[in-house]
Design a binder for this molecule. Structure first.
Ligand SMILES: C[S@@+](CC[C@H](N)C(=O)[O-])C[C@H]1O[C@@H](n2cnc3c(N)ncnc32)[C@H](O)[C@@H]1O
Length: 256
């Protein structure tokens, strides 16, 4: 069995369209996992995934790269705080936010804390989604290591986390600001009328055509004037072609 056939077969089995992810990365990751588990060909590996749940769960874990951290790329969060959030709140004091591909929750929690720090008058709705149920369980628990809170200021750490032994627990007042849900960006329906969508370090794993399709879907999910916040390596070239305009590095406004 060739790689393409394996990807198609396993994709149908787990109901994730793996053909839309970039091949070199995906192939490297799958091959290294397959070898580390002692399989020498795709057919054998596929058969095992189908009959052994722990093999399937290792495959899924390995496939979705869910590294995250609080305030990832801090200077961009500063722009969000100083420039973008005030614009959003001026139009809508009860704004709708969506952290798409939120992994273990650091991104939506960073947003919730940033909003709390800005003004108690803001009444946000924050939806945070990921395809991977396991990471969402961690996100809902909200317990983090020293390393993932490295960018969090001491004041915020004291205000919104509780330190128990060597772990940092998100306080309830922040947790209850966020709704975590499973969602596959490729096949599930998108909610709409968002004031801000954060989709960072997710689209880098997809092929160029899929990225374009997803940017268009994000455009449609924003309210007119709504803003998309991307990751550092995910600039949208020719944003105007999909009705968006760059308003700062990594921030794009829906203009039509
Ligand atoms: C590197 S993490 C990004 C986390 C966070 N946004 C950040 O920038 O720190 C990428 C996340 O995208 C999720 N992901 C991958 N494919 C997806 C899909 N089709 N739909 C939704 N989430 C997906 C993965 O499960 C993973 O948690």
């Amino acid at each position: 069995m060739e790689y393409e056939m394996f990807i198609k077969a396993i994709g149908e089995y787990i109901e994730i369209d793996l053909t839309k992810y970039k091949r070199p990365q995906m192939e490297r990751r799958i091959n290294s996992l397959m070898c580390s588990q002692g399989f020498s060909n795709y057919q054998e590996y596929l058969n095992n995934i189908k009959k052994d749940d722990s093999c399937l769960s290792k495959f899924l874990d390995h496939l979705t790269i869910n590294v995250s951290e609080f305030y990832r790329n801090p200077s961009q969060w500063e722009i969000l705080k100083q420039l973008i959030l005030p614009q959003i709140v001026e139009v809508n004091p009860s704004p709708r936010f969506w952290s798409a591909g939120c992994a273990t929750g650091e991104e939506p929690y960073s947003l919730a804390m940033l909003i709390r720090e800005s003004s108690a008058a803001i009444k946000p709705l924050i939806l945070a989604t990921d395809i991977d149920e396991q990471v969402l369980i961690k996100a809902v628990n909200g317990v983090y290591t020293e390393r993932s809170v490295a960018n969090v200021s001491p004041a915020i750490l004291t205000e919104y986390f509780e330190k128990k032994e060597d772990k940092y627990h998100i306080k309830e007042e922040i947790k209850k600001m966020i709704k975590f849900r499973t969602h596959d960006l490729l096949k599930d329906t998108y909610h709409c009328n968002f004031d801000l969508i954060l989709c960072r370090n997710v689209l880098i794993y997809f092929t160029g055509d899929t990225r374009k399709m997803l940017y268009k879907r994000f455009h449609d999910a924003l309210r007119p004037g709504g803003i998309l916040f991307t990751g550092s390596t995910e600039q949208i070239f020719k944003a105007s072609q999909i009705g968006m305009e760059a308003i700062a590095s990594f921030f794009y406004k829906r203009v039509s």
